[in-house]
Design a protein around this ligand. Structure first.
Ligand code: NZQ
Ligand code: ZN
Length: 388
């Protein structure tokens, strides 16, 4: 097991009706900016619950943060933060609203004139260097509610870049599984696929001696597999929703990656597909992951076989046979929740994509991706091409 340090300061308040606890968690003298997305919170009761809890607080609002939070729109919110002397941010939404809020937390106290350089350099935001913020999670998927990373898009330049730092953990996050009632099935499927792939990015490397970490990861994978059919059915099941929500948080709050090596190449390539085609984040991962595992079969086959054995109970065959079966099971799992796994199923304009991504990675000097830091832009070209 590798050496590690682990600190996660985010307080989690989990369960039915817990949004009301906002009242006692936010400092009474805070000047709050409540941030939200396209309006789902106005129709599902979340907005009303937040407003009721904060009725005696000094609060401004900024709505309209789109999926894959857009830099230009966030600059408008930054203007509000400055003009209204905001001291506390409250994100009410999914990963996009929370990520946008993290960017604002960093940008509000960043001295540089050009805020985009926070993402291009990128600038790490250390403790005390961001505006304090909290979240009310409405869509389990990204884990952003309990981690310190974020991703922002800039459509004018087809860029989608990430940044973060220890100063960007939410102070607290409220996770009420009841919010899942109103989420469209397409978004629930996205959430399952995103959290599932977060685990794979930290798991699908090589066999390690971090036994507890591997078991943690396998238990999240198995729990997501178990609750997926209940979540995709029409009937709302509170406990399935609660387990799904907690899996998503645990998949990317920093715990399971401790003591092991991680990959994250699937996300790096996936972000390019969102930037270029607007494909939902989770679906880009389902497009890339199977090709990534097939392309890197030799270095990953031991772990792929372990995945097949432990997550899918595939006990017959050689290591290579089990490993290939593991990839097939992964594809079947994505298909079972309605997620397609080839780029050509999302766009007809896929020709040339691999070449463009290769060039982008070369220009960014992203020359060694994956757990071995050996995947070159030419390898990326081949993986993306395999995913057509
Ligand atoms: O905007 P509204 O109207 O609220 O609708 C949203 C949005 O259209 C809707 N929604 C959210 N909660 C709902 C709901 N609809 C009904 N009922 C509810 N309770 O869902 C749509 C998608 O929301 P979004 O926040 O975009 O989804 P998600 O949580 O999947 O976030 C995706 C973003 O997070 C980034 C992705 O790249 C993407 O930009 N990620 C962030 C990570 C992190 N911070 O650690 C890691 C991830 O790998 C990921 O990259
Ligand atoms: Zn993700």
């Amino acid at each position: 097991m590798l050496n590690f340090e682990f600190k996660n300061p985010t307080k989690i308040i989990f369960g039915k009706g817990e949004i009301a606890k906002l009242t006692k968690e936010i400092p009474a003298d805070a000047k709050i900016l409540m941030l939200y997305g396209g309006g789902s919170i106005k129709t599902n009761g979340v907005y009303d619950q937040v407003k009721a809890a904060l009725k005696d607080f000094d609060i401004e609002e900024f709505g309209g943060i789109p999926a894959n939070p857009e830099y230009e729109i966030l600059l408008d919110a930054l203007q509000v933060i400055k003009e209204k002397n905001i001291t506390y941010l409250l994100a009410v939404g999914g990963g996009s609203v929370i990520d946008g809020t993290k960017f604002l937390s960093a940008a509000a106290l960043y001295a540089g004139e050009n805020k985009w350089e926070i993402l291009t350099k990128p600038v790490r935001t250390n403790e005390g260097e961001g505006l304090p913020f909290a979240t009310v999670l409405t869509l389990p998927a990204t884990g952003s509610e309990m981690n310190s990373g974020y991703v922002v898009s800039r459509r004018a330049t087809d860029e989608k870049l990430s940044s973060g730092g220890p100063g960007l953990f939410p102070q607290f996050s409220i996770l009420d599984p009841e919010v899942i009632r109103s989420i469209p099935k397409k978004q629930i499927a996205n959430g399952i696929a995103d959290a599932y792939t977060h685990v794979l990015e930290q798991y699908m490397t090589y066999r390690t001696t971090a036994t507890l970490q591997e078991r943690f990861m396998e238990s999240i994978l198995q729990t997501l597999q178990e609750v997926a059919p209940q979540l995709m059915s029409e009937e709302f099941d509170y406990d399935a929703a609660a387990n799904y929500m907690w899996c998503c948080t645990m998949a990317l709050n920093g715990l399971i990656s401790k003591g092991v090596v991680t990959d994250w190449a699937v996300h790096a390539m996936g972000h390019e597909l969102t930037a270029r085609f607007g494909i939902d984040h989770a679906r880009t991962l389902a497009i890339i992951a199977p090709s990534h595992y097939r392309y890197n079969f030799d270095s990953k086959k031991e772990k792929l076989a372990q995945y097949a054995e432990r997550a899918w109970h595939i006990n017959e065959g050689s290591t290579a046979e089990k490993a290939e079966k593991g990839i097939q099971k992964l594809e079947e799992f994505f298909h079972s929740i309605g997620i397609k796994t080839q780029l050509s199923e999302y766009t007809t304009a896929y020709e040339g994509t691999a070449e463009k991504i290769e060039k982008t990675f070369t220009s960014r000097h992203w020359l060694g991706l994956g757990e071995h830091k050996k995947l070159s832009p030419q390898d990326v070209y081949k993986i993306v091409e395999m995913s057509y």
